[in-house]
Ligand binder design. Structure first.
Ligand code: FRU
Length: 522
């Protein structure tokens, strides 16, 4: 049911006049978030790191700016800000089109598809057989393998595909694989209907079913997609917990697509929820990696750990509710910035924090700051022409919060306005893009402001936000609550103001950074 609703959305065409095309494309194409040069993109796929290079593959329709027969596009980056697009990595074949999946470096050549001296990169993806789907079959999604012996640039399909056959479940896709060192085996998780299924293998080619997770747990108001399972150290301790990510569409906290997470243990066979996490999940339902409407299908890079030993997550910065009709023509949709995850346990409650994985100093062209200032009525944080809000990172600290609503407004001369902020009375964050510019391409885009509950109730608040032409990524309380959303102003926003609903004694301090993504290579 959900898949057909989703397919309907995916096939809608945009009706924007062609004359607008070039203008919109330049106006909205981000400077440091990945976008395909041409045409349609959705989920990130097969991400891995090797010899100083991050590889990103992506769901791609190379001939249209709406979803269609999926290929894997390919791009690389050495700094996670500048991306170079390469020729298409995987084309549809006799088994179907190429849906989402992952890639691993088979260092020990367990698959025999390369050599130990030149380990193969092995991609595991879903072959989607649209013809079989039309005939009413329920086994049209199967898992297949491709391998590369030139570090991810060219690929061969494995001759005995598929390697995981569909047992009769319509939605059976998005395999994510990792090497479980303690048990010397590969583990694969995939989305199967409303559950996650786990498989094991010694060689990436022969897979044995292990177990399932998810029935009746978490949010089930949509189809489960794009799982990812990984161990994480609880910050400040030596204890390990396993985190299971599950994307869901629709069913997100603000409508449409979003990604939920579960904390528990994985013994090599079965994932079980942690008891404290389970109690909290039943009470609070706040376990989303991002509460904004534009971060979906995010998974982590293979062969990469942050300095703290944590995984790196990157998602698709759009939402199936309106992705196919956003006002860009040449290309459709960008990825989010990559985020280091951290698992915290605060007063018995788990929380997955996100921290942007960018070395900002390398891209900073201008830096100013404002020391503690009282919020009186409306305060101008950025005046017109004082900071380029097309490529900026801003951090604001609010202290001495009072029982009122704090709103930031990004505005241009045309009266377009993106508002976001925090209401200390309800302890909720919000983004309101109802007046943000072009909004009439989809009713879903501005249905209601997005909101997110705050984790604690402390009376100071830190806010970090990144702007890149048509997107905002907001990190509250050092990444405890994240909101990512896209917008399409009729002219660039030029000013940023902060206001409180009532007179308060609240003070703010701020730092403003202007970014130039190509600075590091100058
Ligand atoms: C998620 C998703 C995946 C699927 C892919 C198809 O956005 O629906 O489940 O593999 O997109 O493009």
């Amino acid at each position: 049911m959900f898949l057909s609703a989703c397919a309907e959305q995916k096939n809608k065409t945009s009706k924007d006049p062609i004359a607008q095309e070039a203008k919109n494309d330049a106006q909205y194409r981000p400077g440091f978030h990945f976008t395909p040069n041409q045409n349609w993109m959705n989920d990130p796929n097969g991400m891995f790191y090797l010899n100083g290079t991050f590889h990103l593959y992506f769901q791609h329709h190379p001939e249209s700016n709406v979803w269609g027969p999926m290929h894997w596009g390919h791009a690389t980056s050495t700094d996670l800000m500048n991306w170079e697009e390469h020729p298409i990595a995987l084309y549809p074949d006799a088994l179907g089109t190429i849906f989402s999946g992952s890639a691993v470096i088979d260092f020990e050549n367990t698959s025999g598809l390369g050599t130990k001296e030149n380990p193969p990169i092995v991609a595991i993806y879903t072959n989607h057989d649209a013809e079989a789907e039309k005939t009413g079959s329920s086994t049209y999604q199967n898992q297949s393998i491709a391998y590369s012996t030139d570090k991810g640039f060219t690929w061969s399909k494995y001759e005995q595909n598929p390697v995981v056959k569909n047992p009769g479940i319509k939605d059976f896709r998005d395999p994510k694989v990792f090497w479980m060192d303690s048990q010397s085996k590969w583990i694969l998780s995939l989305a199967a209907g409303q559950e996650i299924q786990y498989y094991e293998s010694k060689n990436l080619l022969d897979w044995t079913f292990l177990s399932t997770f998810g029935t009746g747990i978490g949010n089930h108001n949509g189809v489960w997609e794009c799982p990812d399972l990984f161990p994480m150290k609880i910050e400040g301790t030596d204890s390990i917990k396993w985190v299971q990510l599950v994307s869901i569409n629709p069913g997100g906290p603000n409508g449409g697509s979003a990604t939920q997470y579960f904390v528990g243990d994985f013994d090599g066979t079965q994932f079980t929820l942690d008891n404290e996490f389970q109690a909290d999940l039943e009470k609070n339902h706040r376990f989303w990696t991002d509460f904004g409407r534009d971060n979906y299908a995010g998974v982590t890079f293979s062969n990469w750990k942050s300095e703290k030993g944590n995984p790196l997550l990157l998602g698709w910065m759009s939402n199936w509710l309106y992705a196919t009709s956003v006002p860009t023509e040449q290309w459709r949709s960008a990825m989010t910035l990559p985020r280091n995850l951290e698992l915290h346990k605060i007063e018995g409650r788990f929380i997955l924090k996100s921290d942007l994985a960018i070395k900002w100093d390398a891209f900073t062209t201008k830096k100013t700051s404002r020391s503690k200032t009282k919020i009186e009525g409306s305060n101008t944080l950025v005046e017109a022409n004082s900071l380029d809000l097309q490529a900026a990172k801003i951090t604001v600290e609010l202290t001495n919060l009072e029982s009122t609503r704090y709103t930031f407004d990004l505005e241009n001369d045309l009266g377009d306005k993106l508002s976001f902020g925090y209401d200390h009375r309800t302890q909720q964050f919000f983004i309101d893009r109802s007046q943000s510019g072009k909004v009439d391409f989809s009713k879903e885009f501005t249905k209601q402001p997005s909101t997110a509950p705050r984790f604690g109730d402390q009376n100071s608040l830190s806010i970090e936000l990144v702007l890149d032409k048509a997107s905002i990524e907001l990190f509250y309380d050092a990444g405890e609550t994240v909101m990512t959303e896209i917008f399409f102003p009729n002219a660039p926003y030029q000013t940023l103001r902060l206001r409180s609903e009532e007179k308060t004694n609240t003070e703010y301090s701020a730092e403003f950074i202007e970014l130039n993504p190509s600075k590091s290579s100058e």
